[in-house]
Design a protein around this ligand. Structure first.
Ligand code: ADP
Length: 363
């Protein structure tokens, strides 16, 4: 390794990793050590997959205009298990040790080249989405290949098992695409909301009916009598309730209790102006330090039940955005064995005289 190259590489703000043709690391610079927590000794000779993954297999040939060529997204795997997404370029070079062999230099643009948080957030989003799409696709392709190659030799129940995995993974892709569309509508503010007076009891019944047929949980309703209608978009309200009750079911033991408590909140003049909906489960709970993460895009927590259960990590992000779009508020309280999500939405104040959803009555 040339001393000059070494010295230059150590002073540059961007990260460098050199590797040989089979993918073994031959060099990393100080910046990579600093951001990932790995040191040179731990990585030399290791496969590059230990420290990074490129989302495209797009290697550039060395040329004078490399600087102006497009970067691609790369995920760096830190020693503490965390991941960071940065733009990167990979260039073909001569192997640093054996000059007549091919090698690669991968440059990770770690600070200067990302102009704004928006660029960074966008890149992170694209890379996570590609990763989330790739996981079910890899599994679908793998099981379909196996079935094509060895179908005759496989017992019938194994064939059925593989076909079921393919179907479940296709369902997972559909859910992901639907959630992504919801996120995109919310972010581009093209979400059309039809705010009306909605009968909350009716919305709750419809959601509970469809969810309870799929689980063994007991859903208990504790709903105040003479509740005023909620001012909301009926479909979006059902989506909020579905996401919260579905999570309560997913993250708590089979046959346990999920409680839905609904009551009105009065203003200083004694008028019922808001409605509070609480969804409580008796499941794994959420650690206090994890609470800020759950409302973020793709914020899934690392615990056995989360790993087991299907989910995109977009549900609560969508739920929170919808609640805010409906001029409401959402919060969560959790300890092991009990989690409560609370949503507060505006109620119809009688003088406002808005059409009661579905009945045609003027209240
Ligand atoms: P997912 O599709 O993973 O369910 P969400 O955005 O709905 O995504 O939730 C984000 C993460 O928050 C979940 O992956 C899970 O780890 C955690 N979580 C959500 N609801 C609950 C709950 N009721 N109890 C415990 N953990 C929960």
């Amino acid at each position: 390794m040339g001393e000059l190259f070494n010295a230059i590489a150590s002073f540059l703000p961007d990260g460098f990793i050199a590797s040989d043709e089979p993918g073994k690391i031959t060099f990393i610079n100080n910046t990579i050590e600093k951001i990932t927590g790995w040191n040179l000794k731990e990585l030399i000779g290791q496969n590059v997959s230990k420290v990074y993954s490129l989302l495209e297999s797009n290697t550039l040939k060395p040329s004078p205009d490399i600087a102006s060529m497009k970067s691609q997204a790369a995920i760096l795997f830190k020693k503490d298990g965390k991941k960071i997404t940065v733009p990167a370029k990979q260039i073909e070079i001569k192997d640093l040790n054996e000059k007549n062999k091919k090698g690669y230099l991968t440059i990770f643009f770690t600070d200067s080249s990302l102009n704004s948080n928006v660029d960074r957030a966008h890149l992170e989003f694209v890379s996570t989405v590609s990763h989330e799409l790739r996981t079910p696709l890899t599994s679908i392709k793998g099981f379909a290949d196996t079935l094509l190659r060895t179908k005759e030799k496989l017992p019938e129940d194994t064939q059925k098992k593989y076909i079921k995995i393919i179907r479940d993974q296709a369902d997972r892709l559909t859910r992901l695409v639907e959630d992504l569309l919801a996120v995109s509508r919310l972010e581009s503010q093209t979400q059309q909301l039809t705010i009306r007076a909605v009968d909350l009891q009716r919305a709750i019944n419809s959601v509970c009916e469809s969810l309870s047929s799929k689980s063994s949980h007991k859903i208990i309703q504790n709903i105040e009598k003479d509740l005023p209608p909620v001012l909301a978009d009926a479909d979006r309200l059902e989506q909020i309730l579905t996401n919260l009750i579905d999570n309560a079911i997913k993250y708590s033991p089979d046959a346990s209790m999920v409680t839905l408590a609904v009551l009105s909140l009065k203003n200083n003049n004694g008028i019922k102006e808001k409605i509070k909906i609480e969804v409580t489960d008796h499941g794994i709970g959420i650690k206090e330090s994890d609470l800020p993460k759950i409302f973020t895009k793709f914020g899934r927590l690392d615990n056995p039940l989360t790993r087991q259960s299907e989910g995109t990590g977009l549900g609560l992000f969508i739920t929170k955005s919808l609640v805010l779009a409906l001029k409401g508020d959402i919060s969560v309280k959790s300890k092991q064995g009990e989690t409560t999500f609370t949503v507060i939405l505006p109620a119809l104040i009688p003088a406002e005289g808005i059409l009661l959803e579905g009945t045609g009555d003027i209240k």
